[in-house]
Design a protein. Structure first.
Length: 355
């Protein structure tokens, strides 16, 4: 042996390696047996199996929780969708109701505006007729200053002649002895004009009463004395309004003793008078009867018989003649109260047939 080999330290021929499992070192000691090492490995395997089983149980629990959460989330989403669908249907119904209400309001506005326009047109036309009639009356009065009186026919008299003869009569309502009654009439006419009562009792005027209507009624009471003809207002509706105001005033004076008798020459116009009096005076169907209230006639002869019978029984008949009657029977002019509407000769006849 040389000198270099003698300097190398002696090392073991078969060194035993160290085994490390989970941080544990299994050292092979010279005195350790193989059975001990196998037991340790089995113990470690058993611990690993237990940990794997625990992890698998935890995983199953997590999967079950995830499934439950997904099911609950699905139910929540479905319920939310159902609620949203219900709210959508409710909103659609509300929108449809608002649209229908909008359409109804628009229709009402159109109808209301149309009614207001028609009412304004009627008032303007009535005022125009009043001015034209006043000018014609002035012209007729100026022409009659130099005219020779004409003999009145024995059986019938024209409306214009009835107007002239009625103006010559002494006004009963304007007489000195009837001053209190005249004040009451004027008070009622002013009340109808300034404080209309649209829901008043029956036989009281319930419609708007303009100054032109009040002037016609006052002229009939105080100038004509309850007997005479008034120039037509241009429509039957306006004439019925004037007649209704006169009926209402006389009803307050004579109460149930007043019996209005309407003379119209056709059933259609009688129906218009019935509807107009119901609307203006709040009358019911029972107020149109031969035994009480208003009586409608198509011929003057039965009207005169009825009025004469009423006078004998102590009642006060009021004869009202529609503007379509061109002539008035003298039998009608004998009663204490009568009102005739004279047609405007310049107006077309068709204009008097509109309600």
């Amino acid at each position: 042996m040389n000198s270099d080999d003698s300097q190398i330290p002696a090392q073991p021929l078969n060194p035993e390696p160290k085994l490390s499992v989970e941080g544990s070192d299994i050292a092979s000691a010279p005195g350790s047996s193989l059975s001990q090492r196998v037991a340790d490995l089995q113990r470690i395997e058993q611990e690993l199996r237990q940990e794997i089983a625990a992890l698998q149980a935890t995983k199953k629990t997590l999967l079950d929780q995830i499934s439950s959460s997904q099911a609950a989330l699905g139910r929540m989403v479905q319920e939310s969708l159902t609620q949203l669908e219900q709210r959508k249907q409710t909103l659609q119904i509300a929108v449809e109701q608002l649209e229908r209400r909008q359409d109804r309001i628009r229709n009402e506005m159109k109808t209301t505006f149309a009614g207001v326009s028609q009412d304004l047109a009627i008032r303007v036309q009535g005022f125009k007729d009043y001015l034209v009639g006043s000018l014609q009356d002035l012209a007729a009065a100026a022409e009659q200053l130099d005219l020779v009186p004409q003999q009145i026919p024995s059986e019938t008299v024209v409306i214009k002649e009835a107007m002239a003869s009625s103006e010559a009569l002494t006004p009963a309502f304007a007489a000195q002895g009837f001053q209190e009654q005249a004040n009451q009439i004027q008070k009622l006419l002013d009340q109808y004009r300034t404080r209309p009562d649209y829901y008043g009792p029956p036989w009281q005027l319930r419609r708007t009463f303009e100054p032109i209507h009040a002037e016609r009624a006052a002229y009939w009471f105080f100038t004509q004395g309850g007997k005479g003809a008034l120039r037509s207002m241009g429509s039957r509706l306006q004439n019925i309004l004037v007649a209704s105001s006169i009926i209402s005033v006389l009803r307050s004076l004579y109460d149930d003793d007043l019996r209005p008798l309407i003379l119209v020459n056709s059933p259609e116009r009688l129906g218009e008078w019935r509807r107009g009096l119901q609307d203006c005076l709040g009358l019911a169907r029972a107020d149109f009867s031969p035994d009480r209230g208003v009586v409608l006639f198509e011929a003057p002869e039965p009207l005169a018989v009825k009025a004469d019978r009423l006078l004998k029984d102590g009642y006060m008949p009021l004869v009202i003649v529609d503007e379509t009657e061109d002539q008035i029977s003298l039998s009608v002019l004998q009663f204490p109260l009568w009102l005739a509407f004279a047609r405007d000769p310049q107006a077309p006849s068709s204009s008097y047939d509109r309600y």
